[in-house]
Design a protein around this ligand. Structure first.
Ligand SMILES: [Zn+2]
Ligand SMILES: [Zn+2]
Ligand SMILES: [Zn+2]
Length: 258
């Protein structure tokens, strides 16, 4: 039995919380639990450090958590709030003197090559990031001492990768989990899952849908992520949630077993 630590790097939806220019109670809250960078997690085992998604806040998240080495990046999907910060992996290119392995679906790789075309140019400008794009599918990923199972979930019509490691799973940007994915999730105890707001949403689980999904999977503890300012203040929402469930927060650390 091995253990690893999952850190919530960001728990906010695409605009983050507070939202620029918004004067709502949640955006004006002085509670740190209401300040959310864009959604991402850090996974650290004895030998391995992995980041899931490199959103617009990637640089700030790496500095906050004092990450000094990074073995690979896993991309859930190519929406801007999950890839916009990828340029900053170049700091790790310089430190580690090698290209950064980026695991992404073939469709997402196409978008990455367009969005960061300068990193794939024949004559590269000095200092641009160096990405080693690797196909992501549902096969088990092995990184030294860490094993990760990708799971295909749906973000309206868009396939997104969720990830299971032992007794833990991370599901962001989904509103539907097809049957094979539900089977792969059997037996987990700890879950971080997308819940954008209370009202129904076209491509994300709402809070009640996410609660129902956590109950269906049967987890002991669940944290909700990818949260909009429309969700309301963390303290108010947490007071209404069933026991073992709460809104995730930036900096939350979860000890997992695999
Ligand atoms: Zn997103
Ligand atoms: Zn607001
Ligand atoms: Zn998305």
């Amino acid at each position: 039995m091995k253990t690893a630590t999952v850190t919530i790097l960001g728990s906010g939806t695409s605009q983050g919380v507070p939202v620029i220019g918004c004067g709502c109670d949640t955006c004006k809250s002085i509670d740190n639990y209401d300040k959310r960078l864009r959604s991402s997690i850090l996974i650290e085992s004895a030998e391995t450090t992995i980041v899931v998604d490199t959103g617009p806040d990637f640089r700030q998240q790496m500095l906050r958590e004092e990450v000094k080495k990074l073995d690979a990046v896993l991309i859930t999907h190519c929406h801007k709030d999950h890839i916009a910060g990828m340029d900053d992996v170049r700091s790790f290119n310089f430190l580690q003197k090698k290209a950064m392995p980026i695991y992404a679906s073939p469709a997402d790789q196409k978008v990455i090559k367009t969005e960061f075309s300068y990193a794939f140019a024949d004559n590269k400008y000095p200092g641009v990031p160096s990405f080693d794009l690797i196909d992501l599918d549902e096969n088990l990923l092995k990184f030294n001492d860490l094993y990760i199972t990708p799971i295909r979930v749906m973000h309206r019509y868009m396939p997104v990768y969720a990830f299971r490691i032992g007794n833990f799973a991370y599901i962001t940007d989904a509103n539907y989990i097809p049957e094979p994915g539900l089977e792969t999730l059997q037996g987990i105890e700890l879950l971080v899952i997308d819940a954008v707001r209370k009202e129904k949403h076209i491509s994300h689980f709402s809070l009640s849908e996410a609660v129902a999904m956590a109950q269906k999977i049967g987890v002991k503890q669940c944290w909700f992520t990818h949260i909009s300012h429309l969700m309301g203040k963390a303290a108010d929402v947490n007071a209404e949630l069933p026991s073992g469930m709460q809104l995730a927060w930036d900096g939350l650390k979860i000890e997992i077993r695999y």
